[in-house]
Design a binder for this molecule. Structure first.
Ligand code: ZN
Ligand code: ZN
Length: 164
């Protein structure tokens, strides 16, 4: 299109603007006639549909060529704010996602520290805790012999081997 000068371009555009809708209309009519013949059983006019569809296509091409500049301007003015909204929306969502991900990572790291569930109430406490912060019962089992702290589920003292 760049090889046309402005005058020729606008002339061609005028032709396209007139011819396009005419071809489009004729093509649609032919296509309708063709399909109508298909349903009515008058198959001798069905070929009209085969002519009509390409004519519709050519008509659409001419119309879009003729109105391309106007349509491009229109769609640009229409899509620009939408694109901006979408971008903002995506940025917002991305920020949220990143925050969520960061939170998940932090939770993951926290979760990685050893935890122990209170056998009395089920409350999860950190492994180092000696008493449950929910029910106050001891989380560790003290060895009756050497008084070493053992895991509440330990069966033998980790220090002296005494059965717990
Ligand atoms: Zn407890
Ligand atoms: Zn012991």
């Amino acid at each position: 299109m760049n090889r046309y000068n402005l005058n020729e371009n606008s002339k061609a555009r005028k032709v396209f603007r007139v011819l396009g809708p005419i071809l489009l209309g004729v093509g649609v009519l032919l296509t309708i006639a063709g399909f109508f013949s298909l349903f009515s059983g008058a198959l001798e006019t069905f070929f009209l549909g085969f002519i009509g569809l390409p004519v519709v296509f050519v008509g659409l091409s001419f119309t879009s060529l003729g109105y391309m500049g106007a349509m491009a301007r229109y769609s640009a003015s229409q899509t620009a704010p939408v694109a901006k909204d979408v971008t903002n929306y995506m940025i917002d969502n991305t920020t949220d996602s990143v925050a969520h991900m960061a939170g998940a990572v932090v939770k993951e790291v926290k979760g990685a520290t050893p935890q122990v569930a209170c056998r009395h109430c089920g409350e999860v406490a950190h492994a180092g805790a000696l008493f449950c912060d929910n029910c106050g019962k001891p989380l560790a089992t003290l060895c009756p012999k050497c008084h070493a702290e053992n895991d509440q589920n330990a069966r033998f003292c980790q220090k002296c081997g005494e059965p717990l």
